[in-house]
Design a protein around this ligand. Sequence first.
Ligand code: TRP
Ligand code: SF4
Length: 339
Amino acid sequence: MPNKEPISSSGTILSGMRPTGQLHLGNYFGALQNWVDLQDSYKCIYTIVDIHALTTIETPEDIANIRPNIYEMALDWLAAGIDPNLSTIFIQSHIPEVMTLNTLLSMVTPLGWLMRVPTFKEKVRQMEHTEESVNYGLVGYPILQTADIILYKADTVPVGQDQLPHLELAREIVRRFNSRFGETFPEPQAKLTKVPLIVGLDGQQKMSKSLDNHIDLASTEEVTTKRILTAFTDPQRTTRDTPGRPNVCNVYSLHNIFTNESDLTTINQECTSANRGCVDCKRQLAQNLNSYLGPMRERRNDLSKRPDDIKDILSEGAKTARQLAQATIEEVYDKMGLS
Ligand code: TRP
Ligand code: SF4
């Protein structure tokens, strides 16, 4: 057998997550698992975007949560397999150059571009603000995101569908910058992540923390089981004797990820012939999920006993990132006629 060729790629990946604290299954299958895989074929840079988190903080509690949320998320990243020997991981605000670049990029970004971004309109609505009363930082969110990417001259950005407008805007900003000041940045390409849709325990909406329909990666086995037992199933299956429809059942869609083929076939048959109760079905899912997450949870436990190591990893990452950032800012100053 010939040796497996290492997949070589000159590309640099950059992606970021807002520090939301402990991650859930939706975050894992929607992004993190893919980030881990990409480490084999790209130079990867992953950042915890705490400045972006500030665009929506409103209460003292929000502020108090940022630091612990960063720490909890970093633990989940590392436990899931983000490897500091392969990737650069750091906290956005540790690289002040990103704010310099943000300001400079804002000189080539029309306000109209920013206000047309669908996520902006959505956030304004969610926050019960108007476009006039919302803070300036929120309008500029995509500029800061562009700065995140191009400060390190990354060319590939793994994101979900919802982030495509931001990436398109980043490309437009780069095109404008390059045409006005000379070829400086690569146009970043979105790399769409193919992911199964992880529906929340309510069976209605995408899994999300704010809807409280999520399962945290780091939960205990007991909590995981308890939460799965609350999950909605086929709404038409009102009694044990009513046959169920696995294809509309949220529990079954999770079985699809965590349960082996032959058990899946059995579940399907037993459900559609009313020979299986939903509670047993959920217990089986909980067991499979717990064994899937077991190794990750063990790593997380070990890491959580060494908080200083987490700090070191993040500050080493910042050191590496900062060197790249400083070189870029020097070049940008020069191109823009600053000295
Ligand atoms: N806006 C992204 C999100 O909400 C987070 C983010 C910030 C990001 N900077 C980034 C993603 C740079 C990719 C690249 O999910
Ligand atoms: Fe869903 Fe399982 Fe109940 Fe069928 S038996 S409806 S697959 S939870």
